[in-house]
Design a protein around this ligand. Structure first.
Ligand SMILES: C[S@@+](CC[C@H](N)C(=O)[O-])C[C@H]1O[C@@H](n2cnc3c(N)ncnc32)[C@H](O)[C@@H]1O
Length: 235
């Protein structure tokens, strides 16, 4: 659909009929040929903002997928760099990608029940915020908070708002409606809802969880400059 060697419509349908975890296992070998892999310009903008104070000693990329964020982070992390994801297939691809730039450590876990004590200076998350239902967002943010050291930062990109008059709004809201209908009748669910962690909501959820929120505009290059970088610092 997106690339001659990429997944077909049938592949994407099979993915959406699986659980989120198994869907990504199926997609993993060709995930980097889809638009779902976070573009380098977005990774770079988040990394640039994260490293304004210099390199960090420890970092984790939550929902690391095939490793887009880890590859960007690797040169700026002096100690432990961890990729967390619940798809074994995605982790296998990430391991290969990270090996080419100096390596990382990988943990297969659901971020909502992860095993980490507070130990990271930095946590990032790329392209996966839609995988948490609105009702699970507070738990997701609390879990990221729990893995950070005091003063540690959770840094990610999101859109400030998407106007209801835009094509994007209707496209994504349409997708969400289909996903809700699918999840009402099929088990296990495939959790993916667009536009559900835009800046106003993200700020509310992060603040309630014990983060101070700062927003950086203009950090991400065109054509992705509609995204802002959120820096949430653990109080
Ligand atoms: C759209 S991909 C993004 C991958 C990568 N971060 C990127 O930007 O290219 C979403 C990833 O989140 C992972 N994921 C979704 N929900 C998760 C959860 N609750 N715990 C751990 N990983 C999760 C999926 O397995 C998948 O690898």
């Amino acid at each position: 659909m997106f690339h001659p060697s990429g997944p077909t419509l049938k592949d994407l349908t099979l993915q959406a009929l699986s659980s989120t975890e198994h869907g990504y296992d199926l997609l993993a070998p060709r995930f980097d040929l889809t638009p779902f892999r976070t573009p380098d310009a977005i990774v770079q903008g988040v990394v640039d903002v994260s490293m304004r104070g210099g390199p960090v000693n420890s970092a984790i990329d939550v929902c690391c997928g095939t490793g887009a964020g880890l590859v960007g982070l690797r040169p700026h992390v002096t100690g432990a760099l961890v990729g967390l994801d619940f798809s074994a297939g995605m982790l296998a691809e990430a391991e290969r990608a990270a090996a080419r730039v100096g390596g990382a450590t990988f943990v297969k876990a659901d971020v909502l029940t992860h095993p980490f004590a507070p130990q990271f200076e930095l946590a990032t998350c790329f392209g996966a915020l839609g995988h948490f239902r609105t009702r699970d967002q507070a738990k997701f943010v609390a879990q990221v908070h729990a893995m950070l050291l005091p003063g540690g930062r959770f840094v990610f990109a999101t859109a400030e708002r998407v106007p209801i008059t835009s094509r994007t709004w209707w496209l994504y809201r349409g997708f969400n409606a289909v996903m809700r209908a699918r999840n009402a009748v099929l088990r296990p669910p495939f959790i993916m809802y667009y536009l559900n962690f835009l800046l106003p909501r993200a700020t509310r959820v992060l603040t309630a969880a014990g983060f101070d929120v700062d927003v950086q505009h203009g950090a991400i290059a065109a054509p992705y400059d509609r995204y802002v970088v959120v820096v949430a610092t653990k109080r």
